[in-house]
Write a protein that binds this ligand. Structure first.
Ligand SMILES: [Fe+2]
Length: 318
């Protein structure tokens, strides 16, 4: 019993296996993994509660750690290792959860049809000059919820709603598919502009399939809002569940996620941005140089998440 850790994970990347294996090798602690989408996992934790032998740790995306739900599932962790290794913006003020990797929610443009100097911010996505030209996935996706939660933080609820309405007005098609489909939509000319996390683009650039690489070459990437708050990032985060039976192992796992080994796996496995200084990035990411990221604290995005969902509903962003 002592040497195990039960891990609820809403991530779905093959490289995470390497992450868990390396942890077991280092510590002798076996990791039992339960995968599912964030809502399912949270529901299950709430339903089974402390009685379950399963709860310990939960790598999630930030919005799933929303205030409403978060309070009831995570407990506070105080760790010198985490305080030292992680930037402040990646630590919840009460230690309820921590961010371990970053994915930039970037903008993509068709190199033939769009002058990239015309689109430098998320706000530009709502500019009427791009009517009928924007591809972006549905609002039930956590990445867009998190982006809108950031807009609420920066523009207030009304400003964020106006923006969301503007984006809906500019949509080239009703939202369909995942992030990769939005980038491919730009390549095929169905839209001129799209929004997607950076690693989907990197995957196409590095694909074994000629057609993928060909498509990616037609598309350029923009890191928005470099002149003000910086580009919005999705965070890969984790916390220790309230009442976790293997608390010590769970804390150890969090500390492990901040180690060089784990940070390098994030960087090489899924082309994510490490959050610890000095970790070598993937060469493609390296070639983009440094860019400014929006360092709004991860807890704020969780708190604004329910309002973001209501705004999406009101403006008809499916
Ligand atoms: Fe993803």
């Amino acid at each position: 019993m002592a040497d195990e850790l039960n891990l609820y994970s809403a991530r779905h990347y093959d490289s995470d296996e390497r992450l868990y294996d390396a942890f077991t090798e280092e510590t002798g602690i076996e990791v039992n993994i339960l995968e599912g989408d964030s809502d399912q996992l949270i529901e299950r934790i709430q339903r089974e509660g402390v009685a379950s032998q399963l709860t310990s740790c939960l790598p999630l995306t930030q919005a799933a750690c929303g205030a409403r739900k978060r309070k009831s599932i995570f407990q506070s962790v105080e760790s010198d290792v985490l305080n030292e290794r992680l930037p402040e913006s990646m630590r919840h003020p009460d230690g309820l959860w921590f961010g371990f990797s970053q994915r930039a929610r970037a903008i993509y443009y068709n190199r033939d049809n769009v002058d990239p100097s015309q689109i430098t911010s998320y706000e530009d996505l709502a500019d009427p000059q791009f009517e009928g030209k924007v591809c972006i996935r549905s609002s039930n996706n956590i990445y867009n919820q998190s982006l809108l939660a950031a807009m609420i933080e920066h523009h207030g609820e009304e400003g964020a709603e106006e923006w969301a309405q503007g984006v809906v007005n500019n949509m080239a098609r009703a939202p369909e598919g995942g992030d990769t489909d939005q980038i491919l939509g730009v390549a095929s000319g169905e839209c001129d502009i799209a929004v997607a996390n950076h690693y989907y683009y990197v995957r196409l650039l590095k694909s074994d399939d000629d057609a993928d690489r060909e498509a990616a070459r037609k598309v350029g990437i923009i890191f928005p809002n470099q002149d003000d708050r910086g580009t919005h990032v999705n965070v890969g985060g984790a916390g220790v569940v309230e009442g976790a039976p293997n608390r010590e192992n769970a804390v150890r796992f969090l500390e492990y996620l901040a180690s060089d080994t784990a940070q390098e796996i994030f960087a090489s496995g899924n082309n994510e941005f490490p959050v610890v200084e000095g970790i070598k990035k993937d060469p493609v990411l390296e070639s983009w140089g440094n860019f400014k990221t929006d360092d709004v604290n991860i807890s704020v995005l969780g708190e604004n998440n329910p309002e973001a969902i209501r705004i999406f509903d009101r403006v008809g962003w499916r």
